[in-house]
Design a protein around this ligand. Structure first.
Ligand code: ADP
Ligand code: MG
Length: 259
């Protein structure tokens, strides 16, 4: 009784506080954050630069420790990075000396998967991200969008339960970004992953997220938690989209009292 909902919690953030201090001052990067992210959810963290999005994501992924509080993944406290959860960063994080194929196979090598199996798996994900024909290319020969596809394919190849994404499309042009967003949603729906996606782009958050945590800075807090009750694929021009967009704008810019 009553546990059905809680059974679905994938990530629980409990009173997470992060202080950065040096001799002269200390900064509250995160102030007692509480959040629950559900299994299979596409969850967006949205906020201006410096509000603590990356800090929170890095704590969830086990790269950083909170000063106070904890993060539970499936009920277990996360203390270090874990191959069941992968992170995709804005700067791709792919190896320049490896080909596309070798980059996608990287995590599989680490897992000790044998060469033929690796090739087969890599093929599936190279296809999924639209890079067939580029297997033997090196990153320097690829556009920003293509590098990000490599990074995504490499993340997906290890079959992670959770994908943490930190402004992954921040460095690609607007049109490519929309294409990547569309493809990411498609992949997410096919693969049943939990995705935690950090962005400072309101449209991106509404296009992608089941829910959006809107953050504010100094100190980093969750300002509000919004549902995006829209079917997919979403249209950026439909009324629901624009309504949510206006709501978020009002929160950031507090125009409400001027209307
Ligand atoms: P965001 O990703 O939302 O831009 P960050 O999580 O990177 O924000 O940073 C939140 C705040 O914490 C910023 O004020 C930033 O300068 C500060 N900060 C982040 N990492 C460190 C660090 N290693 N040492 C000191 N301050 C940091
Ligand atoms: Mg950041």
């Amino acid at each position: 009784m009553g546990s059905a909902v809680h059974d679905n919690i994938k990530i629980a953030i409990r009173d997470v506080t992060k202080l950065y201090s040096n001799n002269s001052h200390s900064l509250i990067a995160l102030d007692a954050i509480n959040l629950e992210i559900m299994d299979g959810e596409f969850f967006c963290l949205l906020g201006p630069s410096g509000c603590g999005k990356s800090t929170l994501l890095n704590i969830m992924a086990g790269f950083e420790k909170p000063t106070d509080g904890k993060v539970l993944i499936e009920g277990g406290e996360i203390a270090a990075p874990n191959p069941r959860y992968v992170t995709v960063f804005q700067d791709y994080g792919i190896f320049p000396w490896r080909t596309v194929q070798e980059n996608v196979e990287f995590g599989l090598e680490i897992k000790g998967i044998e060469v033929n199996e690796r090739k087969k798996i890599a093929e599936v994900f190279i296809k999924m991200v639209g890079l067939v024909g580029f297997e033997m290319r090196h990153p320097i020969e690829l556009s920003g969008g293509m590098k990000q596809r490599v990074s995504l394919a490499r993340a997906l190849a290890v079959n992670p339960e959770i994908i943490f994404m930190d402004e992954p499309f921040g460095a690609v042009d607007a049109l490519t970004r929309m294409k990547l967003q569309e493809e990411l949603v498609k992949i997410w729906r096919e693969e049943n992953k939990t995705i935690v996606f950090v962005t400072h782009d309101i449209d991106e958050a509404i296009y992608l997220g089941d829910r959006i945590a809107v953050m504010s800075s100094m100190p980093g807090r969750i300002k509000s938690l919004l549902d995006v009750p829209m079917n997919r694929p979403r249209l950026r021009t439909e009324n629901d989209f624009l309504r949510i967009k206006e709501k978020i704008y009002l929160e950031f810019f507090e125009y409400a009292d001027k209307k």
